[in-house]
Design a binder for this molecule. Sequence first.
Ligand code: NAP
Length: 555
Amino acid sequence: MTQIPRSKAKTAHVNMMTDTIIANLPADALRSVIRVILTTEPSVTSVLEEQTRIYLKKTANQPVDQLFQSTTEGVASTSNFTWVQQRLRCAIGCGLVLDSFPILNKIVDESVSLADKHTVPRTTELNHSLASVDGDIVQALTAIQKRLLSDSGSRDLNEEERPVMDSLFTSLLRCHQRWLASAQDFPFERSTAVLATMLGRESGIPTLAHQNSSCQSQITGRKTSTSIETFKVKGIELPKLFAGLWQLSSPSWGTASQTQMFKQFAEYIAGGFTAFDMADHYGDAEVIFGRLRASLADPEAVFGATKYCVFHKITVTPEVIRANVTERCQRMSASKVDLLQFHWQDYNDHQYIEALRLLQQDERVRHLGLCNFDTARLQEVIDNNIDVVTNQVQFSLIDARPRFGMGEVCARHNVKLLTYGTLCGGFLAEKWLGKPEPQLFGPDTTPSQRKYFEMIQTWGDWDLFQTLLQTLKAIATKHNVSISNVATRWVLDFPYVGAVIIGARMGVSEHTEENLKTYGWKLDEEDQRSIEEVLGRSRREEVFKVMGDCGAEYR
Ligand SMILES: NC(=O)c1ccc[n+]([C@@H]2O[C@H](COP(=O)([O-])OP(=O)(O)OC[C@H]3O[C@@H](n4cnc5c(N)ncnc54)[C@H](OP(=O)(O)O)[C@@H]3O)[C@@H](O)[C@H]2O)c1
């Protein structure tokens, strides 16, 4: 007989009024409230995950109906597809990643018959849905990759993981054959490439260099243009604007086919965005970047900055550290990493100094940087004679914490900041001028915006943010640029800032040309004064006190 787990009586009670809120709050608002609960009380996260697992398991046996159907406009996905996709995303999110594989397999299997666009005309919506599943598989594989990390480095796939991954790989290859035969762009190229890397198998998908794609002609490497401002890292000249690839880590930012992504990568490179920021946990960013770079006539023309992030306890040994660098090289199809940025979660565990020392000794790490290190630990690293060239931190008009100490240490030791959040996920743009507060879980809101909207609230409120946008707009008009250009310029002009990393939704949205207008002009004293007038009314000093120094929000 199964035993009923004992629970405290008080957990069975929710106040009547609270129950009324839960029953009546619209789903969007409920989501925002849950998010606030989790940021205020992070320990609740494990309860949310556990309850999601219980729900998914309890409801696991529901039959899965038809995923695609014919409509007058062509074949489209069904509401059942949406339901199934929501479930599999929840499974990935709450740690039941292996449970998502059978359903991913089913979607891939059913996609085989969608290959011939002439006999089976597909709606645009269906193409988007298939691209989003490609993103889901990448996210599931990233989750598996994280599971492989152990305190002694990384383990092999176990007997539970390997068969489901093999099975999905077989389905993907079968599907690929069929799409190839109908001369159609295969919708699951990204995930097939990542899975092949993880299983050590051949994907059979031609490298970019062999694809007869129009974007090939655009990939010509760095365009020499006098308008591109640069800074130097140990003699290497780098652009002051990097393109950030965090946005590839989840389909929540929107997804595009690999062909569309490569096309946009090509445009970035041709426009002078030749440096890219990624990480070991940004989905397939490293793999896509690696494939793209390997296809260039001059791979050295493009600079790849990635990260080694230690979120959980590990025992630092030469083997563990070397294994991570090997993985970075494999995923980036390279023999060296241009810039490896190191993140260490727990400062109480002082092994980070040893880890950095080992990374410094690894001949495959061209340059060593830090990620989200605070001022005290940056100083400690420098005092230990570790030669770090960069530190990646949040820095914007809304989050100016680097001005409180970090900047000074960087300037003294010639460490350059690579900044993120500089556009607040896109809020610092004309698009939001005169607009009401965003719906946090609206269809167009990105995870990045959810993060930075909370930042805006810590800094001030939406009204003050609107005043800031108006001020920036006046400055932008004066210089014939955009609000985003002014916001970026403001950060770039701090001498200890090397580059601003601007997040890119490859193949989804496009700002290459606009962002190039950040170069070639400066904010004058009057501009600085009017910006300062608005910032002076914010809680910027409290941001530092409440959130702590750079990177403290992650710890
Ligand atoms: N180390 C860390 O902890 C960390 C954390 C976050 C980010 N990062 C890095 O920093 C990168 C930046 O990401 P982020 O989340 O901070 O985003 P962000 O750069 O503040 O914002 C990016 C968004 O701004 C919008 N945008 C870009 N240029 C624009 C322009 N000229 N005009 C109007 N809108 C424009 C785009 O939105 P639309 O696409 O909606 O148009 C874009 O998706 C990431 O990709 C990652 O590489 C690192």
